[in-house]
Design a protein around this ligand. Structure first.
Ligand SMILES: [Zn+2]
Length: 730
């Protein structure tokens, strides 16, 4: 999945002074640069270990992995995807990983028996619902490629008038209503983006508006010829490309829709599908623009407003004269999914885990999504396995997972997270997710190359920036420099952003990090490169695209393996866990100011002054602790017992952001700082923000108090940690 619109952050105003260690460049100096969280005596060994690690991944190997994983379509529950689960398990055993375990879940799955779409008036037209083959790319002739369908669409047979509803967001229906157009019982045709919203949000919105069926098409304005050269010459989507996908309401509760909040282990209780909150109730289909065009150009009603028009050479209209027949027959039944799990046991702290993961299932071949990530992961596990064979074990345990059914409802990771919730809450230091490692075309990216576009919880952003100085981008520059350059380019700014604005710290949903962050309260990082990419979830997202257009040298795949590995090794080997809560607080202050800027707040009904104060106190405590820790680590004056106590406290800070009752209306989402909107967009202070946006001041006040309490608890914890850290200096 993972197509959440990336917002470029500019003008992040607060000035943040990172530790001196972060600024230091270790090349050319005799003393190696300090590393966040490492005692001075351990720094040189960590640098050596990281450079040994970085020498292992190879572009040619990444290309081979990619070729294997993209050889056949491998959606969840398909025979091929299950074979690939066995393949991953086998390879991980060969690579030297321990306790390689396939975990099976029996989940409610959804696949098409038959689908069809005809225009019945004013002229007859039968939609192909298929993608064209291309001579240069034999994979496009593979008979196993599916046609058009949406995961978890309802079954149904509808003949009705067609209405064009722009992007299918609530304001679009508002505009239709103003024009006297009702959509009750009609077929709604919407386009994918402009502005972007997750297709499952479009489905829920259409259902709430009373539509009888939903069609979503890819307008060339967004991912086709209006953007540049199309497949097979360029990265954008050709006329027949179809963006498949799921339309699950997994922003309410992800995972198997019939086991909300518990794991679908074999034999688990399932609720009836009719009771499931996350299942759509109307039939829906994705369309290529070629299949949508006859419906649009035969309308004769009022012209659509300017910003509703796409790039097709037609007059876009709201409705009129067009009737269609949509038939969707879905097979919905329990199917086995497999999560493959493996670990390298930590030499000193086996009960502290650093988790790495990527999903395996793809809508078709998965050239970008997810097999670019899978190729990067298999190189990462190979390199870490080889280090282990050489006798170099991480201090903490590294766990790797190959998720299943991410494309359906983030299913494999959610079920696994729910199954091992108690362990994960205690032991998981951080989860490092890679969905698409290379979602862009190096061949059209220009001199600066593809954009490195990670996201991370604010407490881990400084660690990630520091790690990026250790890795080379394909251009040969340090990744950190390449990252600054592409950030500046993408923001059309005159100078690179401050370090404090480099990492995207606003985290939405749409990939496997969701359960760990939002349900279990563990910190997460998402990594990937991005650029021109218009074949998402279509058959053209394949090996040919990657090899000829995306990453012909597979250098970006390997660069991603390296930054993923260096970040993982730092988390696994650090003396003190590299969480920066002072920096975290500056991000929270920024989030709160955004909330105030974006909303008219009734100052008589809601006062946020106290919340600002609590954040300021949390910042003071975080900065104070960080400085105290840096001083003692540099001076080498700490005992293992002290470090252990401190790390337990740091882990607890992240856990304290969890509110067991969840956010109002969505009990599964328990993080007080992070959630996702129904569109998958990021949402900070979710309970508070949603209450403010509704103008429910009483609820907003309650939610503000809940956040204040968590901040107070964490401020006390950090102050306490500093006191005991500084007691009895040795
Ligand atoms: Zn994906």
């Amino acid at each position: 999945m993972k197509n959440v619109l990336r917002l470029v952050l500019i003008g992040f105003s607060c000035v943040v002074i990172f530790s001196v260690a972060l600024q230091a460049q270790h090349e050319g100096e005799t003393r190696p640069a300090a590393i966040l969280g490492f005692a001075t005596t351990h720094v040189a060994a960590e640098h050596r270990l990281e450079s040994d690690f970085q020498a292992i991944p190879s572009p040619e190997k990444a290309r081979e992995w990619h070729k294997t994983f993209t050889a056949e379509p491998h959606p969840a529950a398909s025979e091929r995807n299950n074979q690939l689960a066995e393949f991953v398990a086998q390879e991980w055993r060969k690579q030297g990983w321990e306790e390689v375990t396939p975990r099976r879940y029996d989940v409610l799955h959804s696949k098409p028996r038959s689908v069809s779409l005809e225009m019945t008036e004013p002229v007859w037209y039968t939609a192909s619902l298929r993608e064209d083959a291309y001579e240069v790319d034999p994979d496009t002739k593979n008979q196993a490629v599916s046609g058009s369908y949406f995961g978890y669409s309802a079954s149904g047979d509808v003949t009705a008038e067609v209405v064009y509803a722009h992007s299918g967001n609530p304001e679009d229906y508002e505009l239709l209503r103003k024009n006297g157009i009702t959509i009750k019982g009609k077929i709604v045709l919407v386009r994918y983006s402009n502005p972007y919203s997750y297709r499952g949000f479009k489905a829920l919105t259409a259902e709430r508006e009373g539509a009888a069926a939903l069609l979503i098409y890819s307008d060339p304005a967004e991912d086709g010829y209006a953007r540049g050269k199309v497949f097979a010459e360029g990265p954008w989507g050709p006329e027949s490309h179809i963006q498949r996908g799921a339309i699950t309401y997994d922003y309410i509760v992800p995972g198997d829709p019939t086991t909300p909040g518990w794991a679908s282990v074999p034999g688990a209780k399932h609720i009836a599908p009719e009771e499931a909150q996350s299942l759509p109730k109307i039939p829906a289909l994705p369309l290529s623009w070629r299949d949508a065009k006859p419906l649009l150009e035969n309308m004769n009603g009022p012209e659509a407003p300017k910003d509703w028009r796409g790039a097709l050479p037609i007059t876009y209209r709201l409705t009129g004269a067009v009737k269609a027949h949509v038939k969707v027959d879905m097979d919905t039944s329990l199917q086995p999914y497999t999560v493959v799990e493996a670990r390298i046991r930590g030499s000193e702290l086996p009960d502290e885990w650093v988790l790495l993961g990527n999903h395996r299932d793809a809508w078709v071949f998965g050239g970008v999504d997810p097999s670019s990530g899978t190729a990067s992961m298999m190189e990462l596990t190979r390199a870490l396995g080889e280090m282990k064979q050489r006798g170099v074990r991480p201090r903490r345990t590294i766990v790797a997972c190959s998720w299943d059914g991410e494309e359906y409802a983030l299913t494999g990771s959610t079920e696994w997270g729910e199954q091992f919730a108690d362990d994960l809450k205690k032991k998981l230091v951080a989860y490092l997710n890679v969905d698409e490692s290379v979602a862009g075309a190096a061949t059209t990216a220009g001199a600066e190359g593809l954009s490195f576009s990670p996201s991370a919880v604010a407490s881990l952003a400084p660690m990630l920036i520091e790690a990026s100085k250790e890795v080379r981008a394909p251009s040969g520059k340090p990744l950190y420099e390449a990252w600054r350059a592409t950030s500046m380019r993408d923001a059309k700014a005159a100078k690179p952003p401050a370090d404090s604005a480099l990492v995207e710290m606003r985290i939405g949903s749409g990939s496997d990090h969701t359960v760990f962050l939002n349900h279990l309260g563990r910190p997460v990082i998402n990594l990937g490169f991005t650029g021109d990419y218009g074949v998402y979830h279509s058959m053209y997202d394949d090996h040919y695209w990657m090899e000829h257009i995306g990453d012909p040298n597979f250098e970006y795949h390997v660069a991603l393996t390296r930054i993923w590995g260096v970040a993982a090794l730092r988390l696994a080997n650090a003396d003190v866990l590299p969480f920066d809560f002072g920096f975290n607080a500056t991000a929270l202050e920024e989030f709160l100011r955004e909330l105030e800027k974006n909303n008219k707040i009734d100052a008589h009904r809601l006062k946020l002054k106290k919340l600002h104060q609590y954040i300021a106190e949390f910042q003071k405590a975080g900065d104070g602790l960080r400085e105290a820790v840096e001083r003692s680590l540099a001076a080498g004056e700490v005992t293992p017992e002290k470090i252990q106590r401190l790390n337990d406290q740091l882990m607890q800070v992240e856990s304290n952001w969890l509110e067991p009752n969840g956010i109002p209306g969505r009990p599964w989402f328990q993080h007080l700082l992070y959630a996702a909107r129904y569109t998958y967009a990021h949402l900070e202070f979710p309970g508070l923000t949603e209450a403010v946006e509704k103008g429910d001041w009483k609820l907003a006040e309650q939610q503000s108090e809940v956040v204040e309490r968590a901040l107070a608890k964490n401020t006390a914890l950090l102050n306490d940690a500093k006191t005991s850290w500084e007691r009895n200096k040795q």
